[in-house]
Structure formats: C-alpha cells, structure tokens
Design a protein around this ligand. Sequence first.
Ligand code: NAP
Length: 316
Amino acid sequence: MDMYKIIITGASGFVGANLTRNLLKTKHQIHIFTRKNSKLWRLKDIKTKLNTHTVSLNNSKILKKKLLEIKPRFVFHCATYGVLPSQTNFSKLIKTNVIGTYNLLQALEECNELSKLVNLDSSFVYGQKYNSIKENQIAEPITPYGIMKLSQTNLVRYYSIEKKIPSITMRLFTPFGRFDQPGRLITDIMKALITKKPLTLFSPYSKRDFVHIDDTINALILASKSPFKNGEIFNVGSGKYYSVKEFVTLASKVSKTKIDVNWKNKQREFDKLGGNGYANIRKISENLGWKPKITIQEGLLKSYKWYKKNIHLYVN
Ligand SMILES: NC(=O)c1ccc[n+]([C@@H]2O[C@H](COP(=O)([O-])OP(=O)(O)OC[C@H]3O[C@@H](n4cnc5c(N)ncnc54)[C@H](OP(=O)(O)O)[C@@H]3O)[C@@H](O)[C@H]2O)c1
C-alpha cells in the first residue's frame, strides 16, 4: 500500500481527534494542524506519533507555506467554531468557517498532489425540519452557525467545480462517543452515570439523529477514497431519531445504572434552532456503501465503558 500524507485541520477537536487516532492505525503519515493555545488532551498519548504543525486557518501565509511543504494527498477539514451552544461570537463564526475555509481553498489551489479534500458540514444547515432530510432538500439555516457552515460548503463546491479542487462534503448529524466535549449531552449523561451525581437537563422532547463516532469516522474515510470530487454532499446520520429523554433512558438501561435527572421542560434556545429532523441516508448508502453499524444501544454501551475508564479526563 502506498504511503500518503494526510492533513487534519481541527485535530484537537472531538471529530478531528477521533479521526486522527483512527488514521494513525494506517501506514500513512499524519500531519495535524493545531493552534498555539489548542488543548491537546485528546491526543496526549499519541503525540509523538504525529507531525504537529501550529497553523491557524486565519493565517493565510503560514497555511499556504505549510500546505506547499507537506504536499498532502488528503485533507480532512474538521476545524470549526460554533458547535457548542456557547460559541456565538459572530466574528469568530465568519472568521473560522468562511474565511478560514477560503484561506484553505486558496492554498490548496497550488497543491497538485491533492486527491481529496473532505469537508465537514453540519445538519444545522437544514434549519428546522421535522422529517427525513435528503441532501437536496432546501437548506434554510436559522442560526449564524448554520449559515456559516452552508457558506463554507458552498465555497468548497465552487472551488471544486471552478478551480478543480477535488472535494466532497460530509454533512454530520449528531455524532456521539469517546472524547466528546465537556458540557455536551453524552458527556453529561456519562458523568452522571459514573459519578452518581444528579443532572439537570433541558429540552427532554427535542429530537436528534445520533450516530456513533466510529461510524462517523468510517464515513469520512470512505469519502476520501470515493470517486466523488465536485463537492457532492452526503448526509452522515443513523436515519433515526431519539428524544433527549429517550437517549437518557437508553443510556441508563444499557449501563444498568440509575440516573438522577432533574428535567426542565423548557426548551433551550439552542435546541429550538437545531431542527428535529433525521438524516435520509439513501445517497450515502447507495453511493459510498456506508451504513451505520453501531446501534444506539451499542454506541451508548461503548461510550459508558470508555467514559468509565477515562473519567479522569472530565472530572478533577
Ligand atoms: N460535534 C458535533 O456534534 C457535530 C455535529 C455536526 C457537524 N459537526 C462538524 O464536524 C466538524 C468537527 O466538529 P467538532 O465537534 O470536532 O468541533 P470541535 O470539537 O469544536 O473542534 C473544533 C476544532 O477546530 C479548531 N479551530 C477552531 N478555530 C480554528 C482556526 N481559526 N484555525 C484552526 N483551527 C481552528 C479547534 O482548535 P482549538 O482546539 O485550538 O480551539 C478545534 O480543533 C465541524 O465541521 C462541525 O461543524 C460536528
């Protein structure tokens, strides 16, 4: 098997770190882009096996220099700002998702070795939909984050078609599992189960299409090897949805542990905006041969076991 150079932007984040860890199992040379103040707790144990570069997407000069030096065959663009409800700074939303992606695309124009840019998008671009969502359904984002992600994806598509940068966009629904952010639903549930401390949760009836992180990473890797190169968009979800309350109940059931939840029936603003639809996964399954292999119960059990072993990463 040939050895390729692979770059991962946003490698210190939830998805980027899981992808980095997975790709390290291959023979390829892994280069990660992190920032000066990135917290590298997700990559601490594998740090020496990685080629780490300090590159902000907002420094177009250094970004281009690094890309021309490394000459990557594949780039996985996982860097973003706006996944967390607290990340509402408008200027950062534009700077990271739109201008950062534009800088990346500009630099990639000169990288002749590139086989594929895998661009990561979010189901937030669809806005409020309450059904099975197909990729060609009209995107009507109603949050600044959703708007910026749609702009990012449109930019990538433009550069693919007009400037011949081979790319594919993977539109993620709600990935969950190991190394998720502190303060996100799966982490809060797992912490409560393991530490047996009560948990306050909002929006019990908000629904999400949860897809295990291992299935998500497999979809990204399949995308990189696929023949698609004109910025085609593929949903990555389970094709089913569960309410927050159902998710909690299932987590408690599979871990055989009681959970003490103080439910606030009020819907958080953030949950009102995300939409409650679920992914139609026909396109990805027919064209990339991808289907999630891990059921929600298996994913929750895997998460429980992992968080139990690694709870020190989340509680002092
Ligand atoms: N997690 C989800 O539920 C979810 C759902 C749908 C779609 N997605 C998509 O999946 C992708 C990955 O999301 P994630 O959950 O892994 O996000 P995350 O955990 O918030 O990580 C974001 C990453 O982007 C980096 N970053 C931010 N601004 C940057 C800049 N200016 N230059 C370079 N790097 C920068 C961060 O670096 P620092 O560590 O330095 O801050 C971090 O590594 C994104 O495209 C997101 O839209 C995620």
